[in-house]
Design a protein around this ligand. Structure first.
Ligand SMILES: *Cc1c(COP(=O)(O)O)cnc(C)c1O
Length: 379
């Protein structure tokens, strides 16, 4: 059986976790600080704030941006539901702008058309780690006086026009995920990078119950410290045990990405130009970490796409549906009624994720490619 994904982790991470447990400090503390510093320097950010997951990262970014009831946030419908749920947590309204089918990322022209008098922010997703057009989206945000927030859940290690995603060259807050399906993992985990020391301070307070002093500072202080609570915060901490895993994972990041890119290139060579199968190219002057290898079955409906996936499963190959269309889910339908974003919907119906993990051998890639060619429905 060829699985869809498999995290790459081993003795380094095990040793770092053991060391952390023996240290006697297991929740947010010195390891989290070390992981934040290592992550910030890897992506060229001034500050990195670790949190429990990327959903929490997006929620805190919106809270720190002052988003609340009555506000609207422009977002793509073509993403994991965690991209837009945090807008609802803030009592604000997600306003969807359809994608460009060539990139599966939000179309800047459609984003511009969705802006209204209540719009306060834009969330740009780097879908499957493939950089969105940050230049145009940042120009749009600055022209209209909106906050741009990046959902870089899948984009650790990708870069846009030579700048690493997370370096805050185009937006003040970039949110990452360390779920096992992403590029590097801490089990669950997230990070927000920012170039603004004020935002960093606010995010740190918000992630720990709005407390003015964190646990470690209180623990290390030579005098009695009583904290106060200037704002209502959340418990969105990452633990030192998770950060220890993250430190081991960061050391592997370059190797993970280069192997993922080799695998994607081998798929591209086998499937590019094959009738009925569309592949996604790396945008010019960008580096794509290949977080997910998607194909588009141009001749498929949702039904024939499922049959294709079933055939592959019978041949021992796991696949998943492509990216969902958030507006079609019941919890959005009941709030906002039926909405239509045809590019997102047809991409959701026709795309399939193929297996991609660093331990995958060339023979596995060739076996998957042969099955795809055998079973892809023709247009
Ligand atoms: C995975 C994912 C998230 C959520 O990340 P978690 O760390 O699981 O909360 C958000 N947005 C996108 C685009 C994702 O792929």
């Amino acid at each position: 059986m060829i699985p869809l994904a498999k995290p790459e982790m081993g003795d380094d991470e095990i040793a770092l976790v053991a060391e952390t447990i023996r240290s006697g400090w297991i929740t947010q503390g010195p390891r989290v600080a070390e992981f934040e510093n290592a992550f910030a320097s890897r992506v060229g950010a001034a500050h990195a704030v670790a949190v429990a997951n990327c959903t929490a990262a997006l929620h805190l970014a919106l809270v720190a941006a002052g988003i609340g009831p009555g506000d609207e946030v422009i977002v793509t419908p073509h993403s994991f539901i965690a991209t837009s749920n945090p807008i609802l947590y803030c009592g604000a309204r997600p306003v969807f702008a359809d994608i460009d089918p060539a990139t599966l990322n939000m179309c800047p022209v459609k984003a511009a058309a969705a802006i209204g008098p209540r719009t306060r922010a834009i969330i740009a997703v780097h879908q499957v780690g493939r950089p969105a057009d940050l230049k145009r989206l940042a120009e749009l945000a600055s022209q209209k006086g909106l906050m741009l927030i990046e959902d870089a859940a899948c984009a650790t290690g990708s870069s846009f026009l030579g700048k690493p995603i997370g370096g805050n060259d185009y937006s003040p807050m970039v949110c990452f995920s360390f779920h096992p399906r992403k590029i590097i993992s801490t089990g669950d985990g997230g990070m927000i990078t920012t170039g603004d020391p004020d935002l960093a301070r606010r995010l740190r307070i918000l992630r720990q119950q709005g407390m003015s002093v964190n646990d470690l500072e209180r623990h290390q202080s030579k005098t009695v410290v009583s904290e106060d609570y200037p704002v209502v915060g959340y418990n969105y901490r990452l633990t030192d045990v998770q950060a220890a895993i993250g430190l081991g994972q960061l050391r592997r990041l370059d190797g993970i990405i280069s192997r993922r890119r080799e695998i994607a290139a081998r798929y591209d060579a086998a499937l590019g130009g094959f009738p009925g199968v569309g592949i996604f190219a790396e945008p010019a002057d960008c580096r794509w970490n290949q977080q997910t290898y998607l194909i588009r079955l141009n001749g498929a409906t949702a039904g024939t796409r499922d049959q294709f996936m079933q055939r592959l499963l019978e041949e021992g190959i796991a696949t998943r549906r492509g990216i969902m269309s958030i507006h079609r889910e019941a919890c959005y339908l009941e709030r906002f009624g039926a909405q239509s974003f045809p590019e997102s919907e047809s991409a959701s119906d026709q795309c399939v994720c193929l297996p991609l993990y660093t331990q995958m051998g060339d023979a596995d890639i060739d076996r998957v490619s042969a099955s795809v060619r055998k079973h892809a429905p023709l247009p």
